[in-house]
Each structure stands twice: as structure tokens, then as C-alpha cells.
Design a protein around this ligand. Structure first.
Ligand code: MN
Ligand code: MN
Length: 478
């Protein structure tokens, strides 16, 4: 079952559409480097696309009808949108799901210190990272600092060409003999991922004399931390942030720079955080481009997948189920039983990136059951590790239904496993939705260098995913 490259199937009109989509996708990536930024950007977009916030509809005592569009945000990090279909919700939804958190370095709660004339922010990595990939490259700082009075200070430093960037140092090759003998997992250890944020001592001159006298009582050790003091001065003056405010901050360190086209042929996209914003964006775009549908369509974009979908904003939270109940209530069809029926009768594409075949590491893949960049959207009947441990294993009946939809619309797709049996594994959010008894399958886009600071995807796969999500949203009904 050799699959051909999706590129070979396109006409001029499709190529134009593909380029437009990939351009919009890159804009999304550039504006959404954290889950919060993604949610903000999407909410702004939804307001221009005729969506109303569900909570506002409820407050007004409003009613909803076929074709109406609503969304709901949870803790600024997860978002779910619905477009009401002609059928009642208790007949089931067609759900597109993906996650909007990505591996990164989080700033610790007590992060700022000085050593050897440098000011540092100590970090704790989030999600699975090869730590050695995060040194010696320009990094940006994104996130929020919440003051005690609830004021939220948003930070985004390192993306603008005029912004400073930050970095983590690596040992020069000349002295690295011993380091290079270490295992890759130990070459750079977690506690070594400390971000350099400054090197200039605070200058106490006539202008700042009042600051100096005010701080007179502070002890000697403080007086020695003159670089750290300089950073605190900048944080205070530019952002109104005090050292204690780090306690209630969520600051994420990510690679600095924009998403780029890759290759002479510009066939790929190289960018940070494509896991899983590539599926999130294409799911969202498909949803926004839908005409009226029979079944209600839902797109859920969640946080915390990279750490096991836990927490109030992860897929395991009851947030999604609660919103479904609220929505059914507004539609006049709420009952405990109807919510259960709705969820059990739903069909879902649980999307996440898939490991693309990498010829440089061919031995980790089994070629017949591997996703190739450019061969279309990927379906993983199951994921998991070893004996499919922890996997949602989609029903054959459901897969047959999806094959039918995709073949009818001429959408390129391929099936895959995450690498060779016994080599490794991974999970997604599919098993959580499967708890309701609904039909769920893992699907998505193949990625090269997954979880690296810069991940690569094929524009053709992005386009096929978008088309696939659209066909599924319109046509799934099982
Ligand atoms: Mn991941
Ligand atoms: Mn993922």
C-alpha cells in the first residue's frame, strides 16, 4: 500500500489555497508561542467570525439555533468552540481536538540569582525535551506575572527585532573533552538550564542616590549582587515587577524567532511549537470555514498535553463536559442522560503530531507503518508504548467510516505507528475522550525533529489536515 506524495495531486487553485493556508498558519505560530497567547489570538479571531462567548449568551438568557456559533475559555489556557448543527446535540457531536501547549522551559518560582557577574533565571523544563538542544540559541520570554491585586502583566520579550534575547550557555569545545564523554541525557542536566538575563552591574550615581540610601540597610551580600540588582531595577521600571512577583508568574522560555519556510522549494515549515499547534490551527481553520452542518461541530484546544493532560486546563479536567452541559441547557435539551448520550454518540479526531520518517534515523522506524512528510494526514489506530500500553485503540468500524469520508473527498492520508515496536512510544488526549464511549482516533500531521526547538512539517500535510478536518466535521456520523 504505497501512498503517493500529496504534492503530485494538486492543481493550480489548490496550490494557491495551500500557500495561503500555510502563510496564515505561520502567523498563528508567531502570535501563539504559549497556550495563553494561542487562546487570546483565537478568541480575537472568533469575535470577527461571528462567535459569541457562551457565558455571555447564558447571562443574557439568550437562546441558540442551528448555525449559531459559541465558544468558551477555561482559565485563559484552553478553549472550546461549537457550531450548532441541524440535529439535536444528544445525537452526538463531531469533535476536533488538539493541544496548544508545547515543550519549553518554565521559569521557576524563585528564579533570579547572580553568579560570576551574570544574572540568571533558573528554569524547570516542561514536557519532553532533549536538554542539550536548548543551549546556545536565542531564547524569548513569554508569559504573565500576576500582581497580588490581580493585575496581569503580560510579557513577550525577544520576538521583536529590536528586543533583547536571552540564552543558556554551553561549554566551549576546547574544554569539553570530559563533557563529550557523557551520555546525551547528561551532557546538559536540568539544573544547568539557567537563562542568562544580564551582565551589567547597577550603577549607583547621583541620579540613583535616593535608591541607594533607601536600600542602605540591605546587607553586604545584597550589595554584592549588583547585576541582579540591575535586572530588578529594569523589571521594576519597565514592567512594575518586583522580585516577589515571580511567585505568581507563569513565564515560558521558548526559541526566539518566527516560523520560516524551509527548503529551496519552500515545501516545509520550520518553527517552534508545531506540536501540536499544527493540528490546532488546521482544526480551528476547518471549523471556521464550515457551512451549516447536520451534527453540531466542536473544536477543543487544550493545555497540559505535554505533561499528561492533568490539571484544571488539561483534557482530563471536567471543563469540556461542563461546557457541553451548559450548551445543551441553552439549547433547551439538557438532562444528565442527554449529556451522556451526546458524548457517547460523538465522533472525534483527536489530533496530535506524528513522528515523520527521518532517513537519518531510519532504524527507529518501520517503513510500512510510518508517516512520511508530504503524504497527507496521518491516522494512528493506536499509540502507546511496548504492548500498546496506555493507548486508545480506535475501532475498525470507525476507521472504515473515516476512510470512506476521506476517499470520497480525495484527501491524502496515511496510517502510522509512532516508530518501531519496542523503540519507544507516546500518548495523546484520545484515551480521555474515549472514556465517554465515543469513537475516537488519533490523527494529525507528521513532524520531523518533534520536540526540538525547531520542528519541521510539510505544507502539503498541513493542507491535507485542514481538508480532512473539514470533511470529517461535515460528514462523520456513526
Ligand atoms: Mn508532544
Ligand atoms: Mn503533541
Amino acid at each position: 500500500m504505497e501512498r503517493k506524495s500529496a504534492w503530485e495531486t494538486y492543481n493550480e487553485a489548490q496550490l494557491t489555497e495551500l500557500e495561503k493556508l500555510s502563510q496564515e498558519y505561520r502567523e498563528f505560530l508567531d502570535h501563539g508561542k504559549t497556550e495563553r497567547e494561542c487562546v487570546d489570538w483565537i478568541a480575537d479571531l472568533l469575535e470577527t467570525e461571528g462567535y459569541q462567548e457562551l457565558e455571555a449568551v447564558i447571562e443574557k438568557g439568550g437562546k441558540l439555533k442551528t448555525g449559531d456559533k459559541v465558544y468558551s475559555i477555561w482559565m485563559n489556557k484552553s478553549i472550546v468552540l461549537f457550531q450548532l448543527g441541524r440535529k439535536s446535540m444528544s445525537e452526538g457531536l463531531n469533535i476536533l481536538g488538539a493541544h496548544i501547549d508545547s515543550p519549553r522551559l518554565d521559569v521557576k518560582q524563585n528564579p533570579l540569582y547572580e553568579d560570576g557577574g551574570f544574572a540568571y533565571l533558573d528554569t524547570h523544563y516542561y514536557g519532553g525535551v532533549k536538554k542539550y538542544q536548548w543551549v546556545a540559541l536565542p531564547l524569548a520570554l513569554h508569559g504573565v506575572v500576576v500582581k497580588k491585586d490581580g493585575t496581569i502583566i503580560e510579557l513577550n520579550i525577544g520576538e521583536d527585532e529590536d528586543d533583547p534575547v536571552f540564552f543558556i550557555s554551553d561549554l566551549l569545545i576546547h574544554l569539553a573533552g570530559e563533557q563529550l564523554e557523557k551520555k546525551a541525557a547528561k551532557v546538559i542536566e536540568g539544573e544547568a538550564l539557567d537563562l542568562i538575563v544580564g551582565n551589567k552591574p547597577i550603577v549607583i550615581n547621583a541620579d540613583s542616590e535616593k535608591t541607594a540610601s533607601k536600600d542602605e540597610e540591605k546587607n553586604d551580600s545584597k550589595a554584592k549582587e549588583v547585576v541582579k540588582a540591575g535586572i530588578l531595577d529594569i523589571l521594576k521600571n519597565n514592567y512594575d515587577i518586583e522580585e516577589e512577583d515571580f511567585l505568581s508568574a507563569e513565564l515560558e522560555i521558548v526559541p526566539a524567532g518566527k516560523a520560516r519556510e524551509a527548503g529551496f522549494d519552500r515545501s516545509m515549515i520550520l518553527a517552534y511549537g508545531q506540536d501540536d499547534r499544527v493540528c490546532a490551527y488546521t482544526s480551528l481553520r476547518a471549523m471556521l470555514d464550515l457551512k451549516e452542518t447536520d451534527r453540531t461541530v466542536c473544536c477543543i484546544l487544550v493545555d497540559k498535553e505535554e505533561v499528561g493532560s492533568v490539571g484544571a486546563t488539561g483534557m482530563q479536567s471536567h471543563f469540556f463536559e461542563n461546557v457541553v452541559a451548559e450548551l445543551m441547557n441553552v439549547c433547551g435539551e439538557y438532562s444528565e442522560l442527554n449529556v451522556r448520550r451526546c458524548l457517547a454518540r460523538s465522533c472525534m479526531l483527536s489530533s496530535d503530531v506524528s513522528a515523520g520518517f527521518d532517513p537519518s534515523y531510519a532504524s527507529c522506524f518501520e517503513k510500512k507503518n510510518t508517516a512520511f512528510l508530504g503524504k497527507g494526514m496521518v491516522f494512528n489506530k493506536f499509540t502507546g508504548a511496548r504492548g500498546k500500553s496506555g493507548s486508545n485503540d480506535a475501532n475498525a468500524e470507525y476507521i472504515a467510516h473515516i476512510r470512506n469520508i476521506f476517499d470520497e473527498k480525495g484527501i491524502s492520508y496515511q496510517t502510522a505507528e509512532l516508530g518501531k515496536v519496542d523503540v519507544g512510544g507516546g500518548g495523546t488526549i484520545a484515551y480521555i475522550l474515549a472514556l465517554y464511549g465515543m469513537n475516537v482516533i488519533d490523527s494529525g500531521v507528521a513532524v520531523l525533529n518533534m520536540h526540538a526547538p525547531w520542528e519541521a512539517t510539510s505544507k502539503a500535510d498541513i493542507y491535507e489536515a485542514y481538508r480532512g478536518y473539514m470533511a470529517f466535521a461535515e460528514g462523520a456520523s456513526l
